[in-house]
Design a protein around this ligand. Structure first.
Ligand code: BTN
Length: 325
């Protein structure tokens, strides 16, 4: 870890209070000049740090800047050495992740995070609104030989990981709209885009990119999203802590992908079961009732004649007056 990252950890631990330059220098075993230089770089990176002669340095409690060190510090021991790359701005972290896969320069669990995305991708070719500084836009690469038909389980555990994180860090009640949209109080706060790089011959995925977009503190949405999109909190939850929580949950869940308890837990968060839904089959809109989620994460629906069908992917709409979006 670089000096500035270590320094940030010390300031963050004492957020809102002064720490003297001497104390920092001793803890980091560097000179006071090195501390001063590191402070300058942190300020340049956008951190609000107050410097007062004879008092030292204070990290303002408003700071919510993505930091590799702070994320790593909050990860479980076994994930602490995973590759983490933070972009100030990028087109799309999923695009960047797929680039790494194409170049074969990635490791299992590689994490790419952006402060903003200029071309954030949603499902079905939609855009994902990704403004600077308030949301979480992350992609991680799961290197796996998972069978193509089991990829939806990765999507299932991703939504579950986000719900567990919200539960652990807030008092809110997240809900999942099959297959992987997370809602709070009827508004979508998180979308997930899973993209697999598959091996045609073996019918397995060489790698799966899980792209997670969370409106953690994003409150201002463009006109077309205002009705449907929501945010998680106005509280001072750090994005770094939230990212680490999501990754801890996600990595733990992917290690036990076939554990039957996962679907049980997923169902508890689901708000589609027993509801009337509609979905597209080709160009036809079908109305049905969602009756179950099977052990592959597929949605089992029943039409008015009692005929059951299994939906493996796609999108459902719950309120019958809603469009498919
Ligand atoms: C959806 O709601 O349709 C899925 C949205 C997925 C957005 C995330 S943000 C991080 C990653 N990079 C992208 O370009 N998209 C995903």
């Amino acid at each position: 870890m670089k000096t500035k990252e270590k320094l940030l950890l010390i300031l963050d631990k004492n957020k809102g209070n002064f720490v003297s330059g001497q104390e920092i220098a001793e803890q980091l075993q560097v000179s006071r000049t090195a501390v001063w230089k590191a402070i300058k770089t942190l300020k340049y990176d956008g951190y609000k740090i107050e410097s007062v002669k004879n008092n030292g340095y204070k990290l303002s409690s408003e700071n919510d800047i993505l930091s590799e060190g702070e994320i790593r510090n909050n990860l479980f021991e076994k994930y602490k050495n995973f590759v983490i790359k933070i972009f100030k701005s990028t087109d799309s972290t999923n695009k960047q992740a797929k680039k790494l896969i194409a170049e074969n320069t990635f490791e299992n669990g590689t994490v790419l995070i952006a402060d903003e995305q200029t071309e954030g991708k949603g499902r079905f070719g939609r855009k994902f609104f990704s403004p600077k500084g308030t949301g979480i836009y992350l992609s991680t690469i799961i290197k796996s030989n998972i069978k193509v038909q089991d990829i939806s389980l990765i999507t299932v555990v991703s939504a579950l990981a986000v719900c567990r994180s919200i539960k652990n860090l807030t008092k809110l009640n997240p809900q999942i709209k099959w297959i992987n949209d997370v809602y709070i109080n009827g508004k979508k706060v998180c979308g997930i885009l899973t993209e697999a790089v598959s091996n045609f011959e073996t019918q397995t995925a060489d790698a799966v990119v899980v792209g997670i977009g969370i409106n953690l503190k994003t409150k201002l949405f463009p006109e077309e999203l205002k009705e449907k999109a929501g945010y998680i909190t106005t509280d001072n939850i750090s994005r770094n802590v939230f990212v680490a929580e999501v990754l801890n949950n996600l990595f733990s869940l992917t290690e036990n992908l076939f554990d039957k308890k996962i679907i049980e837990d997923y169902k508890k968060f689901s708000f589609v079961l027993k509801k009337e839904i509609k979905y597209l089959s080709g160009d036809t809109v079908i109305k049905a009732t969602a009756v179950d989620i099977n052990d592959k994460g597929n949605l089992v629906v029943e039409d008015s004649n009692g005929k059951k069908s299994v939906l493996e992917s796609g999108e459902i709409s719950i309120n019958l007056s809603h469009n498919f979006s």
